[in-house]
Design a protein around this ligand. Sequence first.
Ligand code: FAD
Length: 390
Amino acid sequence: MQAWDVIVIGAGAAGLMCAAEAGKRGRRVLVLDHGKRIGRKILMSGGGRCNFTNYQVEPKAFLCANPHFVKSALARYTQWDFIALVDKHRIAFHEKTLGQLFCDDSAQNIVDMLVKECEQAGVSIRLRAEIMEVDRLGEGFMVATHGEAYSCHSLVVATGGLSMPKIGASPFGYRLAEQFGLRVLPTRAGLVPFTLQPEDKASLEPLAGVSLPVVAESEDGTRFAENLLFTHRGLSGPAVLQISSYWQPGERVCFELLPAGRLAEGVADSPNQELKTWLGRQLPKRLVEALLTREGLVNKPLKQYTPRELAAIEERLTAWSLKPGGTEGYRTAEVTLGGVDTHELSSKTMMATKVPNLYFVGEVMDVTGWLGGYNFQWAWSSGWCAGQVV
Ligand code: FAD
């Protein structure tokens, strides 16, 4: 049996960061992954340019049943630390919007950077490694793959969440946590498009391609000001992806299509204009047509509406409410909500408090960031913290 100090399962964002850090401390580190390629999710992220972090990382951008959990790691390895690493490797990047940082060239730059960091730290990486069994061995662990068995002092589980099963996502980390008696919180798809209820399809499917800025609001009062995109399958765009993480099946979502008070301004400024014409200057025309029909709005000059009618129209436009049929699920979700309960882990080291020398890093645990580079920052921060102690 080959002996290692540290075995990291998962050659993704968090696993590679952790492995490189541990290697730099002189630990003999082996990374095992069942995939054919390193960092496959990194390669597809950010439309191929990897939104690797955000200028405005703050704990409120993370969903977790244990809200203070993320604070320590995010403070110890910050977005500025990761930006310094990116600078060290001379990777050109730019801010796209809302503090989101993307590679100018390709997400491959980030994978190459992590691989180089691992190589320089003497880390070994084995791909196509199917893990058959993990067991306690003294104070450490035994990991058996299809062909070989390894022992290690510290075992780091960095197998990510369930989204995108086609590129290697698996429930391995959850099962391993359960094997060692750790609680796993129910999982569901996050940062994911909504599908439509059958009765909404006829009126909303023809809007495919329409996009507009909105404020999306979930029933718990969370709000995101971003773009809404109608698609052939339902609703997408950053506003929908963000709010999907706060949505529970059966709930409604509200969209502010027009800011409150805008209609009153219209009545004052353009009293002779018909509602449809006036709305066509505020919103995409195809959406206006659909809204008038769907919401049963009578079209006439603005001055002819009674205050009560205007209030009803204003209500529809400032809080256009819809009950999604569901989400597209893990097939297209960017992240998985839920996972290994962080109450079971040290927020400083990511070690399972009940199982010495067993660590969980990245998305496998119940920490989910907003859209915008936050999920990678969590992978870097949690991976780095474990890398200092494994
Ligand atoms: P992963 O990067 O998923 O790595 C897990 C690794 O474990 C994989 O290599 C996998 O092959 C391996 N593995 C899984 N099961 C096993 C097993 N049984 N045995 C061995 N190995 C196993 N986040 C951002 O911040 N910015 C973005 O721009 C962004 N874009 C995204 C785009 C898409 C399409 C998707 C799907 C996600 C995106 N995300 C983005 C989210 C981000 O990719 C993840 O949050 C992040 O990769 C999590 O890192 P991780 O290391 O925990 O897991």
